[in-house]
Design a protein around this ligand. Sequence first.
Ligand code: NAD
Ligand code: UDP
Ligand code: UDP
Length: 343
Amino acid sequence: KYYEPHQVGFQSANSGGKIPLGLKSKSLRIVVTGGAGFVGSHLVDRLIARGDSVIVVDNFFTGRKENVMHHFKNPRFELIRHDVVEPLLLEVDQIYHLACPASPVHYKHNPVKTIKTNVVGTLNMLGLAKRVGARFLLTSTSEVYGDPLQHPQVETYWGNVNPIGVRSCYDEGKRTAETLTMDYHRGAGVQVRIARIFNTYGPRMCIDDGRVVSNFVAQALRKEPMTVYGDGKQTRSFQYVSDLVEGLMRLMEGEHVGPFNLGNPGEFTMLELAQVVQETIDPNARIEFRPNTEDDPHKRKPDITKAKNLLGWEPKISLRKGLPMMVSDFRQRVFGDHKEEEG
Ligand code: NAD
Ligand code: UDP
Ligand code: UDP
C-alpha cells in the first residue's frame, strides 16, 4: 500500500489528503520543470486557467521566456531560472517534471549534460517530491522503446535500445529516470506517474530544433526544400500538443502510476508527412533527400489502449487538423525573423 497524496501548501488542511485532486476546492501549488519549453508552456497555460499556482523552473537551454511571459503579471505565476541538476527547495503539491532537451539536435549537443539532466535532475526532483510529499509526474518518451521490434508499441514492451549509441544519452537517460521514479515509489512511497510521450508538435516548437515537423514547416514557409532523411519510409505518429497536455493532466489527477503511452496512433511515413505539409502550406514545396542519422528508429506507433481504458483519454486532433494551427504560429515567427534580418 502506497501513501495517500499529502496535500501540502494551498490544499485544505482538513481534506486529510483524501479528496480526489480533480474535485479539489482550493488551488494547488504546482512546479513545472521545463515549463518555458514547448510542451511545458502549454501545460502551464492550462494549469493557470484552472486556477492553480504555478512555479516554472527552467534553465532556458531550449525554453524561452516568450513562451510564458503572458503570465508575468499574474500573482499565481512564478518563473525561476534554475538548472534541475542542482538541488532545489520548494513547498509544492505536484511536480510535472519536463526539464530535458527533447529534440535530437539539442540532446546530442551536450550528451553528458543530457544524461545529468535525466538522471541527477530527476533524482533531485524526486528528492523534492519525497521531502514535501508532492505527487511527481515524469515525462518519459517513446524513445525508451528504441528501434522497436514490436509494433505498435505496448507499455509492457521492454524496448530495443542501443546503450552506446548517439541517442543513448536521451533514451537510456529516460529509461534510468523511469527506474528512479519507480524506486522512489516503491522505496519511499512517493506518489508517481509516468507518461511515455510520442512525437508531439504544435505552436511554440523551436523553429530550428531539427525535429521533423518543425523542419518541414519552416522549410516550406521559407521556400526551402523539405529535407527527408534516408528513404523517407520510416514512420512516426504525430500528436497535437493540446491532446498531450490533456493526457498529462488526466494522468496526474488519476489513480494510476503508469507507464502510459500518450500519443496519436495515426502513423505516417516521412514522405507522407511531407505531402501533408505540401497540402497545408505550398503544393509546390520541394523535397530533398539527405543521409539519415545514426540509430534512427524505423517505425513508431503507440498502442493507447491502456490510456483509453484507465484514463478515459484519447487524442482528438488529427495531423491534418493540427498542422494548420502550428503553421499559423510558425508563419508569424518566421515572418518576424525575416523582418528582423532585413531591419
Ligand atoms: P523543449 O526543449 O521545448 O522543453 C524542455 C525544457 O526544459 C526547455 O524549456 C529547457 O530550457 C528546459 N531544460 C532543459 N534542461 C534543463 C535543465 N537541466 N534544468 C532546467 N531546465 C531544463 O522540449 P519539449 O518538447 O517541450 O519536451 C518536454 C518534455 O517532454 C521533455 O522531457 C521531453 O523529453 C518530453 N518529450 C517530448 C516529446 C515531444 O515530441 N515534444 C516526445 C517525448 C518526450
Ligand atoms: N533534493 C532537492 N530538494 C529537496 C530534497 C532533496 O533538490 O527538497 C535533492 C537532494 O539534494 C538529493 C536528491 O534530491 O541530491 C535526492 O534526495 P534524497 O533525500 O532522496 O536522497 P539523499 O539526499 O539522502 O541522497
Ligand atoms: N527527419 C527527416 N527530416 C528532418 C528531420 C527529421 O526526415 O529534417 C526524420 C528523422 O530521420 C526521423 C523522423 O524524421 O526518422 C523523426 O525525427 P525527429 O527528430 O522529429 O524525432 P525522433 O527521431 O526523436 O522521433
